[in-house]
Design a protein around this ligand. Structure first.
Ligand SMILES: [Zn+2]
Length: 106
């Protein structure tokens, strides 16, 4: 189930200004803090991106997504040309080249 983040519109309570609640997709957003009963709003968190973006989109955006296939073995589902599709933790040569995804801005 997805985790949603809520923020108090007014004063925070002892749970803090923001707190997280696990809810079903169909559940309505909470309007009141379950701890103090004051008004809260649901925040759109980064987590929701993971539900809507597939590997192809992540790859285009320059992200690397690793999916665990076995103990210490990960499949790089966003592997670029020339990169190993499988990353084995005890084989450094199969490690994705994260550095090549970043530029200095020129
Ligand atoms: Zn509260």
């Amino acid at each position: 189930m997805p985790l949603y983040e809520y923020e108090h519109t007014g004063k925070p309570c002892k749970k803090g200004k923001t707190f997280e609640v696990t809810q079903d997709f169909e559940d309505d957003a909470l309007e009141k803090c379950p701890h103090c009963g004051r008004k809260v709003v649901r925040l759109i968190s980064g987590a929701s991106i993971q539900f809507t973006k597939g590997p192809a989109e992540l790859k285009n955006m320059g992200f690397t997504k690793l999916v665990r296939r076995d103990k210490g073995v990960y499949e790089n589902v966003t592997a670029q040309d020339g990169e190993s599709k499988v990353w084995e933790q005890d084989k450094p040569e199969t490690m994705p080249d994260f550095k090549s995804r970043f530029t200095d801005g020129d």
